[in-house]
Write a protein that binds this ligand. Sequence first.
Ligand SMILES: [Mg+2]
Length: 176
Amino acid sequence: MTKPRLILDQDDVLAATHGKLAQIVLSDFGTNLTHEALHQGPLQQHLSPEDQKRLYKLIHAPGFFTDIPVMPNAYEAVLELSKKYDIFVATAAMEFPNSFRDKYDWLQTHFNFIPWSNIIFCGDKSILSGDYLIDDMPRNLKTFKGKGLLFNAPHNLEETAYERVRNWEDITKRLL
Ligand SMILES: [Mg+2]
């Protein structure tokens, strides 16, 4: 029997990318913003145009994606879900061409049970086909034909069009 296909986004779903960015702003940008403030709303809205440029350069530099922390409980949850679902990872890596090697190595390091054949580096995610997509970007869920679940993130707090999951515990409760 074929398993239903569950597609997972990488940044801000498997990887705590926003957390790394917020930490860089707090420790290196000489800001008086607080940790709490940086977790409310899109990060750019808190930054000056100069700091936005600085952050943009960092994200596009080789190595940025190598040491992003794993989202809490993601490994255990995905491993458990892989018994019931055919797990794919789909990341819009084309936006960050220097990230390909980093993102691939990161998945090998932290989710080594996901085979290379189930990893998709893409641009526009409307190309994806599956039963479930978990993503923090509403624009990716908008074009998805299966069931989309919005992973809670500071930049999507206002979004109400999609079923929201707050963390990996929520996801296993919803899907297992
Ligand atoms: Mg994402």
